[in-house]
Design a protein around this ligand. Structure first.
Ligand SMILES: C[S@@+](CC[C@H](N)C(=O)[O-])C[C@H]1O[C@@H](n2cnc3c(N)ncnc32)[C@H](O)[C@@H]1O
Length: 248
């Protein structure tokens, strides 16, 4: 399952049921029903949780993370202390109020419609861009391409965009949404390839998009991740063992 995703061309046939351009330059994307866009008091989705568990395997010291669709801000709560900075974006005022109320020093949450561009006030590049619903509320292929292009441009040289098959295949249950926006990983890989991004499957759910060699978790960072998920007493024993092994 792990490895570069193979694409079947042509893209024109694959995406023939989707509009090429919506003509909305001001506020593109589909603003779905309230109960979809406000995720402030809902549990983190299983797909985002899987991405988080993968992110946890990395050493995040000095790293910048862009979280698109902050929901309940669980990602920032889990990782902001370990990273250099977490920048989150959302279109929902309640999600932003929750984020601002957390008082996390290196967590910045901004109101932004991802299909309209990140804007100049979100500065710099990111080591990780997390978006589990890249296509879910999209309006047209042109805005999807714009989004993927910008994500690619905002990556550091070894940076990566992390997403999940379940999130890609999910669209809000709102009337009028074109079901073809439910994407397979191959659909995403095809759209991403047109912007120079390579898509790699990681196991049976996750995927990473990058413009070259993406960073990989090291043995040390994976061990630390394992220790974080191990009951404290066992973790203490494993840490002692690790220290002893390091001395030899
Ligand atoms: C289904 S919720 C998922 C929340 C969180 N990522 C999770 O998986 O638990 C979708 C998220 O995307 C945000 N969102 C929807 N459309 C967006 C857009 N055009 N630009 C930025 N964020 C958007 C919503 O406000 C919400 O935070």
């Amino acid at each position: 399952m792990t490895g570069q995703v193979t694409i079947t061309w042509p893209a024109a046939d694959r995406f023939s049921a989707l509009p090429l351009a919506c003509g909305n330059a001001i506020d593109p994307g589909i603003v779905a029903a309230d109960d979809w866009r406000d995720w402030s008091d809902r549990a983190t989705t299983v797909d985002q949780r899987r991405i988080e568990n993968y992110l946890d395997r990395f050493s995040l010291a000095g790293k910048r993370i862009l979280h698109v669709g902050i929901g309940n801000s669980g990602l920032a709560l889990r990782f902001a202390r370990r990273a250099d900075e977490v920048v989150g974006i959302s279109i929902d005022a309640r999600e932003l109020t929750l984020a601002h109320g957390l008082g996390l020093a290196n967590y910045v949450a901004v109101e932004r419609n991802k299909y309209a561009g990140l804007g100049d006030d979100i500065e710099g590049r990111f080591d990780f861009i997390i978006d589990n619903n890249i296509n879910s509320a999209c309006c047209c292929l042109s805005h999807l391409q714009g989004l993927l292009e910008e994500y690619g441009d905002r990556l550091t040289p070894c940076g990566q965009i992390l997403t999940d098959r379940e999130g890609l295949a999910w669209i809000p249950e709102a009337a009028g949404l074109n079901p073809r926006w439910r994407f397979s990983l191959e659909d995403l890989a095809c759209a991403a390839d047109l912007t120079g991004l390579t898509t790699e499957a990681i196991g049976s759910h996750l995927a990473a998009l990058s413009r070259g060699d993406r960073a990989q978790p090291t043995l040390a960072s994976r061990t630390s991740s394992l220790l974080r998920r191990t009951p404290p007493a066992v973790a203490r024993r494993l840490k002692r063992l690790r220290t002893r092994l390091a001395r030899r």
